[in-house]
Design a protein around this ligand. Structure first.
Ligand SMILES: *Cc1c(COP(=O)(O)O)cnc(C)c1O
Length: 341
């Protein structure tokens, strides 16, 4: 069956696989890992996940390398981040070792869905945790389910690595100044759907959010972080209301390895007039170059790519990170977990 899949044309959707893995938290402790071949879950109608949004998730990828080996990128960082998200929403944190074991297990169980190297596709891994116990008062659940599913996804850039336009719209915020933006919470995404669809209708690939307190500094690009190249430096927003992206963290390290200075600080919107390159970054795309940023409230257009092509630094960072993920170059920072399959 897997041989019949057209890997390169798979969308970022959901394609069924053979197994998912689950673990329940009950009576104050995590139980045994369960392997399931069902793609549905049984949940109490009064579960806190359904009523009060106790839901957190992660996203990471496994790659079939040039040498045929399977690599999972920086899974320890995702383990740490989901435990942080859990603490943020008063949920039971999944121990990092359990996270690791379950992610490796689900990838091995679904080995036939890991796309071949040549396709440029990968296996997307989606861990999620939900509050399971019945509760109509606003209180954290006592029982949780941690589940890891996988689905193969095609290459992000099907028509090539090309910059897109994004927009600033002040009538929407996705998170509050000291809210849940720093955690990977499903509710943040629900809160961003209206703005995202509005931007898509107007022909933009994403919304570039400003900080929700002063609406002065850059925050992030919906489900992706933002960075720019200014006078040879890598600059990226510092903010309490954005998610610490593992891709951004990795690109910063690669930039330093290349001798590029990194500045993580407040970036006023107007500073975009002085940058030479910009990109949104996250697991899905690695880096998605930005051509123009349109401020829909003032009408100002920041033209970042004059020729409609991605800039040299963003391109070099993108290529380097992909090369590490596919095992084409040495993994000097020990980011990959190489599986023995
Ligand atoms: C997941 C996510 C990102 C990207 O994080 P990566 O670890 O790089 O995939 C950025 N912003 C938000 C809001 C996210 O949820």
């Amino acid at each position: 069956m897997s041989q019949e899949l057209d890997w390169a044309s798979l969308s970022f959707g959901y394609h069924p696989t053979d197994y998912n893995v689950r673990c329940h938290y009950r009576d104050g402790k995590w139980g045994e890992i369960e392997v399931s071949s069902s793609d549905t879950i049984n949940i109490h109608m009064a579960a806190t996940a359904l009523h009060y949004g106790q839901e957190i998730f992660e996203g990471l990828k496994a790659f079939r390398g040039k040498d045929g080996k399977v690599r999972i990128f920086r899974l320890e960082e995702n383990a740490r981040r989901i435990a942080d998200s859990a603490r943020g929403l008063m949920m039971a944190p999944v121990p990092e070792d359990l996270f690791r074991e379950m992610v490796i297990k689900v990838v091995k169980l679904n080995e036939r869905f890991i796309p071949p190297y040549e396709s440029g596709a990968s296996l997307y891994i989606r861990p999620l945790e939900i509050g399971m116990s019945a509760q109509v008062g606003v209180k954290p659940a006592r029982e949780y389910l941690f589940l890891v599913l996988v689905t193969p996804v095609g290459p992000y850039f099907k028509e090539g690595f090309r910059p897109t336009n994004i927009c600033v719209m002040r009538q929407y915020d996705r998170v509050a100044p000291k809210g849940t933006g720093r955690w990977k919470v499903g509710g943040n995404y629900a809160a961003s759907l209206t703005a995202g669809e509005h931007a898509h209708e107007l022909g933009y690939s994403a919304v570039l959010y400003l900080d929700p307190k002063e609406k002065k500094y850059l925050d992030e690009c919906g489900p992706a972080n933002f960075f720019a190249i200014k006078d040879g430096k890598y600059i990226t927003p510092e903010s309490e209301s954005i998610l610490p992206s593992i891709t951004n963290m990795s690109l910063q390290q690669i930039a330093r390895d290349m001798g590029i200075d990194v500045e993580c600080r407040h970036i006023p919107l107007e500073e975009l007039a002085d940058v030479q390159e910009a990109a949104a970054c996250g697991t899905a795309a690695v880096a998605s170059p930005v051509a123009q940023v349109h401020d829909l409230d003032t009408g100002h257009k920041y033209i970042i790519s004059k020729d409609g092509q991605p800039g040299p630094v963003v391109t070099a960072l993108y290529n380097r990170l992909r090369a590490i993920q596919y095992g084409e170059v040495e993994d000097t920072h020990g980011w990959n977990t190489v599986l023995d399959i």
